[in-house]
Design a protein around this ligand. Sequence first.
Ligand code: IVH
Length: 659
Amino acid sequence: MDVLTRINELRKQINRANYLYHTMDKPEISDFEYDQLLKELIKLEIEYPEYDDPTSPSKKIGGTVLDGFQKHTHTVPMMSLSNVFNQEELFDFYERIEKITKDFTVTAELKIDGLAVTLIYEKGVFKKAATRGNGSVGEDITHNVLTIKSLPLKLTEPIDIEVRGEIYMSHEAFKKANEDRLEEGLDLFANPRNAAAGTIRQLDSKVVAKRKLSLFTYAIVNATQYVKRQSELLKYLKQLGFPVNPHYKKADSFESLVEYIKDFDQLRKQLPYDTDGVVIKVDELNLYDQIGYTAKYPKFATAYKFEAEKQETVIRDITFQVGRTGVITPVAELKPVQISGSLVSRATLHNEDYILSKDIRIGDHVLVHKAGEIIPEVLNVVLEKRTNREPFKMIDHCPVCKSQLERKDGEADYYCTNPNCEGKKMFSIIHFASRAAMEIESLGEKVVELLHDLTYIQTITDIYKLENFKDELVELPGFGKKKIDNLLSAIEKSKSQSFDRFIFGLGIKHVGAKIAKILVKNFNDIEKLKAATYEELICIPDIGEQIAISVVEYFKNENNLAMLDELKSLGLNMHYEKEEIKEHAFNGKVFVLTGTLESFSRDQASAIIEKLGGKVSSSVSAKTDYLLAGADAGSKLKKAQDLGVTIMSEDAFKVLINE
Ligand code: IVH
């Protein structure tokens, strides 16, 4: 097969995979297969630049770095919508149209909570994307929009067309983006909309590609050239290859419209992205000019805003947290309240500006919701119930080490700049022991806090000296012998935790879990890693300048080196062994875990099984080979017995894993 034929074939396969995965939600090939195809295509395109094509799906991986954004003047202004907040206001909207014509129907679409974008195609080929800006002039965000997997680069028809839609971030992508930020010691995004808006304004499109934005389209500029109705328009967009939200309804009476809105309000709780209302549009496009516009909004459409799931509670106190980087975060300590299925007792107040702009005070009654269904956030104060006359005042000294705080120009955050601040140190210890790092079971946040306050743990090394204080610890309220035994054995076990988790646990700036893995694969021993030079590091794919500098600096610091030596002498593993899957008795076997294991957490046991080639499944079936049963096993044990599945005790498991 000649090269161009192969390139075209790959492009076709990748476009199809993108479409099936991101637009139809029905993937047909695995992530691995997808990556293989993409890699092959990129390789060929580099080798044969003469076959470059601006519509190639390889353009979606990002790479362009801009100095700034160009302005884009909209051919037709991007208007926004009027809002209605209840049935009466919706009825007014409906009635105003009825006064003009009785002969109309409406579509109800979900209002996606993201940011508006306009997409320009020439002869069916994607050319340009811009933000709404002030409605007349927006910013050219073509390079960033290019990274959105569901954006069609080539339409099914070679037409000139301008399409409008919403760029948004799914809950999953939002969670991941915040996890990455947490690892990098950056401020968290408050909600998916902010995250999407912040991402689209990134100058480096590689960062955008990593954050995984999504798209739904819902409008066409000069739509009557193509279709007669909004409901047809949505179908037509889909036919052209655009992602269109599947949840829309056509209503021919006010009553059915109200029903649909109620259904949407239920539905939205299960959706993997944020919506903040329903957009109601007259379906017959030829009525638009007749119904007309106000200065700001069209009169043929409106947005019915959902009530966000919010609850009233009281701020008992405002406390301050010191992060690993020294950033000070004010936190509202709330009277616990149930919101979207969980009990909320704390909510971030972000920073001084946020508190002052909402004039939040201790003792206030406030409305709280969960941003992106995840992060508790104080929305506003119920002023009528206010009794406190004292406005909030930001602290100027670190709540932990009492050193003067600094607020840098142009930043909203205050920082504790004392490198020896105990608050920062405590956060580092929490991170070190955490599930993502050394996974020291029973050494969670609360326990670290307590042992830190009681001065048993001041540094990471102190964790491994705790056993010297066993007799004292047993006496602590809420502990006792069993708990302390468990804690000490978890600490002991963590000494043989993998080297990459150890490196991640150190909290080196910019070194997240993934980079830690890359580091240990390239420098398989702590001594080699200590000696790694900037030049050696920068040559490793995925390691950029920032990371390289940060790693070199970390291992230059005398205190860090002394700590590492001490940890080594305490017996911690600082060596990377290539993982080999041996032919083990567990190889290919399906396990189900039940009950409480004494020496392992479920995650630890699962990891061991998987390392030895086994699989872990959540429910017992005829395909199960072993049920690993701990204490107090329940219904799974019975089912396994009924099905004749081999029951494995924890003791037997321990013997087998050492074979
Ligand atoms: S139609 C004339 N349909 O909501 C404006 N907008 O408050 C036409 N939005 O700027 C917009 N989902 O960013 C329309 N299904 C949908 C939408 C939607 C979200 C956003 C859009 C618009 C804002 C209006």
